[in-house]
Design a protein around this ligand. Sequence first.
Ligand code: HEC
Ligand code: HEC
Length: 349
Amino acid sequence: MPCLPNLKSTIFFSLLVLFPCTSWAFDYLQPLPESPLIPVNNPLTKAKIALGEKLFFDTQLLGLNSSLSCNSCHNLAQGGSDNSATSVGQGGKKTRRSAPSLWNIGLQTVLYWDGRSISLELQTLDHLRNPVISSWNSIGSVVTKLNQSAEYRQAFKDAFKDTSSKDNPVSGINIARAIASFERSLMTGKSPFDRYITGDKSALGESAVRGMKSFNDTGCLACHFGVNFAGPAPGPALKMGDGFYELFPNNLGTFYEKQYKLADDLGRYEYTGLPDERYMWRVPPLRNIELTAPYFHNGSVSSLEEAIRVMAETQLGRKLSTSTVTDIVEFLKSLTAKIPSVGNAGKEQ
Ligand code: HEC
Ligand code: HEC
């Protein structure tokens, strides 16, 4: 692979600044790490992961008579999403955007399609205050409810016994810390792609290898690079809370834009109000993408083939041949890993 992808746009230059490839090598294609970066103020422990897991699957967390749990919209056994364009929340209310997969979510520096949440802990609290997700009228109500359970009181006590909150462990922030810990443990195993780039050249077929080359030659890798194909993971290049954003659609006025209503949602602009952020979106991860149709923030595209054609044209002004699309599909399918039954990383700690 060349050191820099060949994309003729401003992104190319911003990447040049981010990753000068003269003095140190930066690999655009990287294998999945064993574990994401763990924040010092919320160390990963077995007890916290177990509590987070229990909360994640518990309908009580989201309302007194809730039929929904976190897993309803982020179905971990189904690749981490619910395979719907938008999800049905409390009282039949619909979410505005498509529910993303939570597998390998600890590798993202910002959360949500528009990156408006800067940590998994804050994202959990934000969801718990959202009436589409939770029918409790406040986080205080869910804390009171959990405090009534001897089992939860004990689980929170065990999970937070070494912290300054040990005397009052059932709290909104500790719910968020436990769920975020569980989410950081949601790492998939190695995919055929990971085996290939760590030396097993038999792991990919010819079409997938051609697709990997086309993914670079077409310019996809300029945006979808790094361990999660979503730009830098939390670390030296981007701190947690700093997002990697790009315009989508990059080219306005395409047939696809109208057909799939891609420009109806103004992206980050709707949150920040900054004119420069009209149509700015977080570059989303592509691992396990085969499992999480339909695609894009509005879930408007149901097949991976079509999503690739849309990206090539709206982002890069390119029309791809059928065989190139097929090869890129094969490459993207090589990013599918075996999905563990639940969170795995960090359980030994
Ligand atoms: C009714 C469906 C629904 C339920 C229930 C739900 N979520 Fe979500 N979740 C969504 C949608 C939709 C988004 C994307 C919203 C956006 O980007 O604006 C999202 C986004 C997220 C994200 C950010 C993902 C990313 O790629 O940035 C995380 C993390 C998350 N949810 C965790 C949870 C947890 C934990 C729970 C339980 C407390 C939960 N969700 C319950 C629908 C749901
Ligand atoms: C200029 C940056 C950029 C380039 C180049 C680019 N993408 Fe994307 N890609 C994005 C952004 C931003 C999104 C999120 C779009 C949205 O908000 O719906 C995205 C979304 C996607 C999705 C849907 C993800 C999901 O979870 O629904 C796929 C698949 C994808 N890109 C593949 C590709 C392929 C294949 C190429 C090359 C043909 C490519 N991308 C080129 C920035 C880019």
